[in-house]
Design a protein around this ligand. Sequence first.
Ligand code: T4K
Length: 391
Amino acid sequence: MLGGSPRFSPAVFLTRPRVPDATLFAELIASIFRERWFTNDGALVRRLEADLRERLGVGFLSVFCNGTVALQVALRSLGLRGEVITTPFTFPATVHSVEWNSLSPVFCDIDPDTYNLDPASAESLVTGDTAALLPVHVFGTPCDVDAIARLASRHGLSVVYDACHAFGVVRGGTPIGRFGDLSVLSFHATKLFHTAEGGAIVGPDERLAPSVKLLRNFGIVNEDEVLGVGLNGKMSELSAAVGLALLSGIDEEIALRGSRAARYHEGLAEMPGLRWPAVAANTVPNHAYLPVEVDPEAFGLTRNELHAALRAEGIVTRRYFHPLCSENIAYRDLPSARPERLPVAHRVAARVLCLPLYGELPMSAVEAIVEAIREVRAAAPRVRAVLAGSL
Ligand code: T4K
């Protein structure tokens, strides 16, 4: 931005998906070809479900074609009617899944330290029409699950967690997928564990599994009976093969990410104007993302300016989750979407930047990114002037 060549060329991405071992993947694909069975509850999908159930310590688990459809089915399977309280600080799919079920989203402000739905604010939004809570364990940081459980039981509400970022997270010794009625995972290629496209509904109570499975497959019970308004949420055998070939490497991936996250923290801990979200001591994290909050006064640049300056250095960061879902044209006229009702979410969405983090990111790249952030901060007035077009 201030002349010279970018630090990274080609650019360093926000994330890079793990690639399956070629031999193992070829064997799995050969088995699909041999059996000529590509989808509809095939052997690899069933094997992946069993392996994931074990790995994640949940009562039941049904894989899906993606996390978005899994969210739609999770809400549908509970037979909800009315309002669903959720967070605006999330990927659009969370809120869209409410609307696709003809339910009414109600936006709730977030906690300034975890960026997750604030249970006290949620309580003030409960009405006679409230049917459910849809909190998100954003960036893999667990919600205040105890307060949410108490709130749900006081008002007789269902709880569906969007756990799309929280694969493998454990809170207070309990796997994250055992909280609430149901939780939804995403296995998109940008996620810690992936199947190219994919997702799952998980839960503590196996009794909810049959309705989830029915809705995933059009509502077909058997050759003579179709029940309810199902859809096609099935995962293909090809995606299951990706997942099966990757699953055994996930603990290594989490450890590699953890060491890279620690290096970032070491390198940036003393830097004024940067703040890291709180992760409770009783949490086993998964290092799915590396969000950092930029205080424009103390850092000398806004989050957007830092984002642009790093881009010029060939460092791809993401401003998750800007814009807020409550700013979408589909939702912005809702009373709960008014900015003055969501002050923390607006502040956080203007400040958070996700830095590159993945297992194969070389430590030398982490150090170079830390160095680039230092240099950008040191040159803040000139960076600002260039961005404003006045230098
Ligand atoms: N709920 C929450 C809270 C979610 O975050 C999501 C999805 C969902 C629900 C819905 O789940 P799915 O229906 O997607 O299963 C990405 C993903 O597309 C999306 O799955 C994810 N959340 C969201 C947080 O991130 P983008 O638009 O930021 O992705 P993109 O294409 O810009 O990629 C990000 C980085 O990854 C880039 O630096 C490039 C790199 N990349 C990407 C792909 C696809 C690769 O290196 N290889 C790849 O194959 O949305």
